[in-house]
Ligand binder design. Sequence first.
Ligand code: PGA
Length: 250
Amino acid sequence: MKRYLIAGNWKMNAQLSANADLLAGIVPHLSATGAVDVAVCVPAPYLAQVQKICQGTCMNWGAQDVSAHESGAFTGEVSADMLSDFKSRYVLVGHSERRQHHLETSSIVAAKAQRALAKGITPIVCVGETLQEREAGQTEEVVKRQMAAVIQQVAHCVSELVVAYEPVWAIGTGRTASPEQAQTVHALLRAQLRAASANADRIRILYGGSMNPSNAASLLAQADIDGGLIGGASLKSHDFLAIVAAAQAL
Ligand code: PGA
């Protein structure tokens, strides 16, 4: 039986009072999540606040990025050690917004995943093709190349990863991949992970890209979809809880 992971990605949407309100609308309702793990990935300045609110509850927390460097003269960067100070359980690496706006290459993403793992933080490795790449028939090649860079770097602990397939054209657009489109890519990724690790079946491969309460169940029911990475809908307590409930009901 799958153990789903539903992870919110708040992106750069947070303020002390809004965070407290949002979590107050979610956390107390999570006690009976059963076979579903739930997490929020928040902007680094709010880790202390979110840790304080969520510790001892069913809500896990994490960050949205981590430095590829260990420590030192890297102004503005946040290290894996710092994330660990706030007991971060997860960190997103290689989100398409980082790849696109901050020119993160797959080898930088791989280095970040390795830094996180070295500190016991689970990297949620995001991969996904742009619309142009999909239309050019390059989806498989692109996601496999992005995944391969990380597999190569963390060869000895591939099974510790969480992977998120996020087609760039579906992020924040309201345009979701169909369950079949998503499953096809998830199956490719699973096969790639299996070739790299004997324990690949325990790796959770999340889908992300306009997941919402009305499409969550059909996406999560797919054989190789083990959860969701939720952007917009993670900012609304009712929507986020509805997605968690959809996973619970499967
Ligand atoms: P979205 O974002 O749910 O708003 O499409 C998902 C993500 O970027 O992780």
